[in-house]
Design a protein around this ligand. Sequence first.
Ligand code: NAD
Ligand code: IPM
Ligand code: MN
Length: 366
Amino acid sequence: MNKKITLLPGDGVGKEIMESARVVLNTIASEYDHRFSFREHAIGGEAIDQYGTPLPEDTIQACEDSDAVLLGAVGGPKWDGNPPHLRPEKGLLGIRKKLGLFANLRPVQGFSSLLHASPLKEEVINGSDILIIRELTGGLYFGRPSERRNNGEEVVDTLAYSRHEMERIIEKGFQSAQIRSKRLTSVDKANVLESSRMWREVVGEKAKDYPDVEVEHLLVDAAAMKLITEPNRFDVIVTENLFGDILSDEASVLTGSLGMLPSASIRTDGVGLYEPVHGSAPDIAGKGIANPLGMILSVALMLRHSFQMEEEAAEIEKAVNECLEQGYHTGDLDIKDGKKVGTKEVTEAVIENLTTKSVSNSICNM
Ligand code: NAD
Ligand code: IPM
Ligand code: MN
């Protein structure tokens, strides 16, 4: 298959882990006889420096014209003092909105070799397998333009949602629950927010169309606690934009590191964007020690969701698992006995497992 992929490495470790994505894709291309063509474009801080905007027009064009988009990360201290429209994060929010990517899937699956890498007790996290579905193009992130008023003594951010925006993401939650374990947890703050009360209404209405799905409602504060004390009670979680952002970083603790989590940002049809959940990690950028596995697992999600390459996606996930079982890991994972190495070496270990596998495959096929 021939696929056009737009690469948006962005800032900080985004650039380093994008190289890992590229070599993994090249390996898959040669093992499976696919053709992936890459076009790299600027976004975030780098785009501000080069083009004076965090989201240049030709970056948007390239994304719209491609079969899928891969993104590293954006942001960094260099741009933290910039005015709102010249912040790197504005570029990321802009491309999500432009492409209509309202559904952000954040799977949180622990690898068995990482059970000891989490600060949480092994018996608590063992077996946890959660899909966080985060609404991505509404809520506080996209309300009316924020304002400072009264001589800068007051500030207003607005949380706005239409019923339609709630319906489509909640529907996605039910559909995902139906093909998983038929349990859906809806997270809100209905004891305080009117938007959450409407969210609950919509969940109640949609539930009638999915009588086989068991629904529970949790308030976000309690959900945050239960996520790390009883992770096994969760299967699919559906929630609004900001709650989903916060809960997914928290849930990464179940896997041992934020550097492990991939994500898929999709809409009903059309181009999807795939990126790790973490940010540009300025504290470790440029050192060659960033964990590339969240990015590599995002490549697997891209192959599965945008290209229907289930087998290739599963091979990548297996190769990541083997890499960890062989002990290769970056320093963000707290593993006692193992081979603590850099981004490049972890990526090489994954590639090695991908290619070894296919050699034995081809021998079997002969
Ligand atoms: P962060 O996710 O960049 O880092 C949080 C912590 O996790 C840091 O200690 C970092 O070193 C570590 N970490 C993150 N990814 C890692 C990896 N792959 N390997 C090893 N360790 C990793 O969050 P932050 O420090 O709060 O934000 C830094 C910048 O990133 C900010 O400008 C923020 O806006 C931006 N950000 C961007 C995205 C994105 O592009 N999707 C996501 C989150 C934050
Ligand atoms: C994420 C990030 C972004 C978000 C920021 C950088 C705008 O934290 O992708 O999780 O809040 O959505
Ligand atoms: Mn986040």
